[in-house]
Design a protein around this ligand. Structure first.
Ligand code: ADP
Ligand code: GLC
Length: 471
């Protein structure tokens, strides 16, 4: 089968979060099973672009409403990622440094999707499936089925994967002029609550919808930022498939970001070396357990509670642990976490920003990884941390619920709690400190976690079943 993935992110080209990791890995594993999976994404101005060789495969001219523009499709020349990678260059619109966060994101991603379909409609053959990811590519199933100019490719089946339903790409109806002419009777396939809603539209128009964990799919029926009824109505075509992790990138024995490599056999010593390095860099006390947070500093991740959780932990549990935070997001949370550095007694530090290298060092050197998410469609951090022998402290929600078993249960290995509430999280911190001093138990738990298989092999087969059901 030939599957074309269309996405706003793909590691290592451009990544803002887990979407990039997934789109950078799933196609590679599909190819390993004999399929042809390709990725097309916008051409941002990233380091990757300048460090690689590209060949031009297509040039086109098209329009976004009354604005006509030229676009170029380039292909990475050496197939370095294990799949064909295509970038779409739209001068002035896509070639920027960040992936998201511009006022004209709706125009940017609508133009990108139009360019993708114009390009595919010019192919001499048809891909078997077009697989879109999240709302940035959510207009494609609609445009394919209802825009007159894509009649020649309208029979290509589509799959939507929802990585995060909190963001839906809402557009005013006035923006409908950006979408190439369509049969107006089908306006309802774009609409949700009097807005153009690209995510809702993709749920309605795609042949199959997947979410990145089974529990998240259940939760969306009662908590999906306004789409609850739609999920209930469309549940027949939805399936939850847990993400895997790219075992080539995320392996403490070979990780190119690490200096101290280790595996399950020498995990204690290997982790200790990484911890000592981290503690030295961030002025922390290596005798105490190291609890880290890595992620977007937003409400979904429970990041707004971190300052209070850290303060309460010092007060109620005692200054018996270190906290190290890596992330960026809400300016107020960033400011509060930065200000707290002044109060550190060699037991707190924060790096505000995005730093891929540091994230790998933290997965390796930490004892515990805190994830108090309010919403977590899958979550990759907890799987990375387990692969690196770091105990996850997770709220029982979404993919966290599907991947972590509390160490108090038979064969368990993590620390779980029910609510994103300061009391619950602080209690989890107390449990982490207690576990840290129970060295024998901690070492057994580390080994158990590191032996778990979170690779893509199992999940990729479920995606193939989905494709087979519609091709
Ligand atoms: P989400 O996609 O919702 O942000 P995931 O758990 O799926 O959450 O994936 C987050 C990914 O982004 C992980 O690879 C994590 O290591 C990475 N990440 C998040 N914030 C940062 C940061 N500030 N610096 C480096 N990596 C980060
Ligand atoms: C989203 C979700 C996260 C998931 C990732 C990859 O960003 O928030 O939970 O792991 O996508 O699917």
């Amino acid at each position: 089968m030939e599957i074309l993935h269309v996405s706003a992110e793909c590691y290592p080209v451009a990544k803002a979060g887990g979407l990039g990791d997934v789109v950078g890995a799933l196609p590679k594993y599909l190819n390993q099973l004999g399929h042809i999976a390709k990725v097309v994404m916008p051409m941002y101005r990233t380091k990757y672009l300048y460090n690689h060789e590209w060949e031009v495969v297509h040039k086109g001219r098209t329009n976004l409403g009354s604005w006509w523009f030229e676009f170029t499709v380039i292909k990475e020349a050496k197939n370095e990622n294990g799949f064909d990678l295509y970038l779409i260059d739209i001068n002035g619109l896509l070639d920027r440094e960040k992936v998201y966060g511009y006022d004209d994101d709706s125009e940017r991603f609508t133009a990108f999707q139009i360019a993708v379909l114009d390009w595919v409609s010019a192919w001499e053959h048809r891909p078997d499936v077009i697989h879109v990811h999240d709302h940035h590519t959510g207009l494609i199933p609609f445009m394919l089925k209802h825009c007159f100019k894509y009649r020649n490719i309208k029979s290509i089946p589509t799959v939507l994967t929802i990585h995060n339903a909190q963001y839906q790409g809402w557009m005013d109806w006035a923006d409908s002029k950006m979408i190439p002419a369509w049969d107006t009777w089908s306006w309802g396939m774009l609409d949700w609550a009097n807005k153009i809603n690209p995510l809702a539209s993709a749920i309605k128009c795609a042949d199959k919808v997947t979410t990145v964990s089974p529990s998240y799919l259940d939760e969306l029926k009662y908590m999906s930022n306004g789409l609850e009824d739609l999920f209930e109505y469309e549940k027949g075509k939805c399936v939850g498939i847990i993400n895997g992790i790219d075992a080539d990138v995320w392996d403490p024995a070979t990780d190119t970001y690490l200096q101290n490599h280790y595996s399950i056999k020498d995990a204690e010593a290997g982790k200790l070396k990484s911890k000592l390095d981290l503690c030295e860099t961030f002025n922390l006390d290596p005798e105490k357990p190291l609890i880290v947070f890595i992620g977007r500093l937003v409400g979904e991740k429970g990041a707004d509670l971190l300052p209070q959780v850290i303060g309460d932990s010092y007060y109620y549990v005692g200054r018996r642990m270190n906290f190290l935070v890596l992330g960026s997001g809400f300016p107020e949370v960033e400011a509060e976490l930065s200000a707290m550095k002044a109060l550190s007694q060699r037991d707190y530090n924060a790096y505000i920003g995005y730093n891929e290298t540091l994230s790998h060092l933290m997965y390796a050197g930490a004892d515990f990884l805190l994830m108090p998410s309010r919403v977590e469609p899958c979550g990759l951090n907890q799987m990375y941390s387990m692969r690196y022998g770091t105990v996850p402290m997770v709220r029982r929600i979404g993919g966290l619920k599907d991947t972590v078993i509390d160490y108090g249960e038979p064969d368990g290995y993590g620390i779980c709690y029910n609510y994103t509430a300061v009391g619950d999280i602080t209690h989890a911190v107390w449990r982490a400190v207690e576990l840290y001093h129970d060295k024998k138990n901690l070492s057994a738990i580390r080994k158990r976690m590191m032996a778990l298989d979170f690779s893509w092999e199992a999940s990729v087969k479920k995606y193939i079943d989905v494709y087979n059901s519609i091709v």
